[in-house]
Design a protein around this ligand. Sequence first.
Ligand SMILES: [Zn+2]
Length: 177
Amino acid sequence: MNAVETLTARHQKSAAHEIHQNLSIMPSLRTMIIGCVDPRVDPVFVLGLAPGEAAVIRNVGGRITPGALQEVAMLQEVARAHGARPGGRFDLIVLHHTDCGITALENHPDQLAGYFGIEQAALPTKAVGNPRAAVAVDVALLRSNPRLPRDWVVSGLVYDVHTGQVEVVVPPEAHTS
Ligand SMILES: [Zn+2]
């Protein structure tokens, strides 16, 4: 079987098409997670997410890029369109991990600079290759973003793909702007 056949067959065996009909588009944990596309680091498994609990954005490295910020802004509009009222804690979790494939792109600074929307000379500020430093960089970027609602609480986690442990590198805190 090819991958599509395998996965649609699994779907038919699961109760997924029956049990999820009453879920809200609004995440029940009032949480959004930004993580990496790496197949080993799916937040469903790493953090035990249940259906409907969190919105998840995944990109290369789980980085806060202009594209990721655009998606966060779009999701805020979606929430407003669905009647979400401002106020109340909302968690934004940045989830990075060890052994990330983004380090392979350090030999392609043109691609990385374009991804982050910065000059190649500024790439060291993004700490590609050091997940603990990189997650701190990205949390700081979010906390200083004036467009992020004041009651959004940002944190930074690093998942070790070899030990299976998650470390809270940057504890949750409301953003600073
Ligand atoms: Zn990765």
